[in-house]
Design a protein around this ligand. Structure first.
Ligand code: FAD
Length: 400
């Protein structure tokens, strides 16, 4: 079995072969079938294999592991993130400790600039942003707070993303930084979007220009894919890539399924499709050592079709005489990335969630199965919690 499992792993990694690989010899009986090799699926598979000594088959329809966190060297040898920049940040020691079994880290503080009115200024808005944009000389937090308070417009009831921003910083800053960007990103005006979308973005009166305030701000030293490779490198885990689970599920006998794909797809879109916003990524190698001063520059200008440009060397610390960048173009079509946060979509999700609750042989984990925008650390936390539930269930059934 171990040799066969090795073959499956080998063949799928190298040739990204299809479902036939499984027929070529792996076992057909597993304790668990895990659909998806992203954070949710890989963490659960690793826990089940190492803690329960369970036999696990992990299937992903993409030809690689790591889900949306997948990174790879491009044609110039620069490490890039295939699905846009992924910056790891968390306040949880437990999650860092867990992942540290599979990677070392490099400290990285994320900084973002927005190109507006011909200048690159810090975003989230801070005192430096105000001084640069309006030619001011605000020197203290109090002065910056008073400046913003004079511009803020009272909003009786804060419901939408537009209300959140206008009530905090006023219309001019709203239009400069948020309106165009949000329209591009979501395809609708901020007045049509739930307040949660922009409520996550702070406004600062000091000169702190870090994008995140979390306790841990670190990147896997050799990249995400290497970390996932170590996580999945367990003799009890078989890996089948470039395979939709539907093509093999009938051939597999699995005690339990862990599903980390889209929940509406699992239930054959019975109540209709859950809406997602997608992105198109344009990767480019540039013949210069550095392209821009920070990893991410945002473009709120509605006339520029992309929302941001990422330069990876800032994230990875790689030294190279060339550099690689990615343009992000939001789109309605394509892979599901961002659940569209509108109340009617949550209501639709709740109907699927009720079906999931009535399907005890399947555990639904991850951002697609729970239709939530989760950061990576949140998905790791969710997967560890799901493992603990499976563990408790096993103990309750006296299987230990
Ligand atoms: P995924 O990584 O999507 O994994 C699910 C897997 O299931 C996929 O690989 C998919 O191919 C597979 N699958 C689906 N259906 C099937 C099927 N039928 N058969 C077989 N396989 C299937 N988080 C951060 O913390 N920091 C960031 O900076 C950050 N930046 C992001 C930038 C972008 C552009 C996006 C879109 C997300 C970002 N995230 C970030 C969020 C992060 O990507 C997610 O939290 C994380 O990848 C979710 O892991 P997951 O396992 O739930 O889902």
């Amino acid at each position: 079995h171990a040799r066969m499992a090795g073959l499956v792993r080998e063949a799928t990694r190298v040739t990204a072969a299809g479902p036939n690989v499984l027929k070529a010899g792996a076992r057909k009986k597993y304790d668990y079938l895990v659909v998806g090799a992203g954070f949710a699926g890989s963490v659960i598979a690793e826990r089940l294999a190492s803690q329960h000594d369970a036999h696990v088959l992990v299937v992903d329809k993409r030809p690689h592991i790591a889900g949306n966190a997948y990174d790879r060297p491009d044609e110039a040898g620069v490490l890039i993130h295939q699905y846009g920049p992924h910056i790891f940040h968390t306040n949880s020691d437990e999650i860092v400790d867990y992942l540290s079994q599979f990677t070392e880290w490099r400290p990285y503080q994320h900084r973002v600039l927005a190109e507006v009115r011909g200048q690159k200024v810090p975003i989230p808005i801070n005192r430096t942003t105000l001084n640069m944009l309006f030619g001011l000389d605000l020197r203290t937090d109090e002065q910056a707070a008073a400046y913003l308070a004079a511009r803020a417009e009272p909003v009786a009831e804060i419901r939408t993303s537009e209300d959140v921003v206008i009530s905090a910083v006023g219309r001019e800053l709203y239009e400069t930084f948020f309106q165009g960007y949000t329209r591009k990103q979501w395809g609708v005006d901020p007045s049509q979007l739930d307040k949660a979308v922009t409520a996550r973005i702070p406004t600062r009166t000091n000169t702190d220009d870090r994008y995140f305030g979390d306790k841990h701000q670190i990147m896997p030293k050799h990249g995400y894919t290497v970390m996932f490779d170590r996580m999945l490198d367990h003799p009890n885990i078989d890996l089948l890539l470039a395979t939709d689970y539907r093509d093999i599920v009938a051939e597999i006998e699995a005690g339990h399924i862990v599903f980390t794909g889209p929940i509406d797809e699992f239930f054959d879109f019975r109540y209709g499709k859950l809406p997602y916003r997608s992105l198109r990524f344009e990767h480019k190698v540039v013949d210069q050592e550095q392209f821009q001063p920070v990893a991410v520059v945002n473009y709120p200008d509605p006339l520029i079709p992309y929302t941001r440009i990422t330069e990876y060397k800032h994230l990875t610390g790689q030294t190279h005489d060339r550099t690689s960048i990615t343009f992000e173009y939001p789109s309605a079509e394509g892979d599901p990335y961002y659940p569209v946060p509108r109340p009617e979509n949550q209501a639709l999700f709740k109907k699927y969630e009720a079906l999931a609750d009535a399907t005890p042989d399947v555990t639904f984990v991850g951002r697609l199965a729970t239709y939530r925008y989760y950061n990576m650390d949140q998905v790791v936390g969710q997967a560890l919690a799901a493992f603990r539930r499976l563990d408790a269930r096993r103990k309750a059934f006296g299987l230990e």
